[in-house]
Design a protein around this ligand. Structure first.
Ligand code: 13P
Length: 252
């Protein structure tokens, strides 16, 4: 059975001290909560990764990096490699977030390279994609998502897919307070699962977790998560508060 996942992407928020407090609050908030096949992942900024990784050791909370360089090592000022991430006992990386695509020039092609490097280093990937508002308005959203997934992931083997988690994040719903309706999320998630089933054996499609991201809050999480092809969420703003994030986890 595929895992349910609630992942918190802290983006460029929380200093070192603030991250320690948030982890502490989160551990308290999750104390005694029955997770039933649900994974909880948090992705702090790089400066806090090692500390958060240490502080969550032996807890239910897993840690992810928010990005990674496609190159293994060398003269790439300001970048962080897959082996550096692994060296602080972090086994998951978020790739392809729309903010990376929009502000840092990441493309489907450059992401395919990052995906390969991550897998080579045995990192699990939360792979993000999603259409912008104009694509949704013009009815191109399925096409755009199909291209994002095909170009970055369809060269992988079925075995590689054991390390892939998909995260559908319609750009128009990120940080805007506007969520896709549960029906819109389900429709896209079912489309994605079908796409994967057509390319691979159906087991791969059945086993891959597909998360929804975009203005998920404790008040709307349950309805979104109730859809059969929605296996959890990638949470931004609401992941910065232990009460809200744990509320979303309880909703699943
Ligand atoms: P919000 O939950 O703030 O809309 O952000 C979603 C997101 O981008 C998670 O990666």
């Amino acid at each position: 059975m595929r895992a349910k996942i609630v992942a918190g992407n802290w983006k460029m928020n929380k200093t070192y001290g603030e991250s320690k407090s948030l982890v502490k609050e989160l551990k308290t908030a999750l104390n005694g909560v029955k997770l039933n096949n649900t994974r909880v992942i948090i992705a702090p900024p790089f400066t806090n990764l090692q500390k958060v990784s240490k502080r969550t050791k032996d807890t239910v909370i897993e840690v992810a990096a928010q990005n990674m360089c496609a190159e293994e090592s060398g003269a790439f000022t300001g970048e962080v490699s897959a082996s550096m991430i692994k060296s602080v006992h972090v086994d998951v990386v978020i790739l392809g977030h729309s903010e990376r695509r929009a502000y840092f020039g990441e493309t489907n092609e450059s992401l395919a390279k990052k995906v390969d490097t991550a897998l080579k280093n045995n990192l699990e990937i939360i792979f993000c994609f999603g259409e912008v508002l104009e694509d949704r308005k013009s009815g191109n959203h399925f096409e755009v998502v199909e291209e994002q997934i095909k170009k970055a992931l369809f060269h992988l083997t079925s075995d590689d897919w054991k390390k892939i988690v998909l995260a559908y994040e319609p750009v128009w719903a990120i940080g805007t307070g506007e969520t896709a309706s549960p029906e819109q999320a389900q429709e896209m998630h079912a489309f994605i699962r079908e796409l994967v089933a057509e390319r691979y054996i159906s087991d791969v499609a059945e086993e891959v977790s597909i998360l929804y991201g975009g203005s998920v809050k404790p008040s709307n999480a349950q309805e979104i998560f109730s859809k059969v092809d929605v296996d959890g969420g990638l949470i931004g703003g609401a992941a910065l508060s232990a009460a809200d994030f744990s509320g979303i986890i309880k909703a699943i």
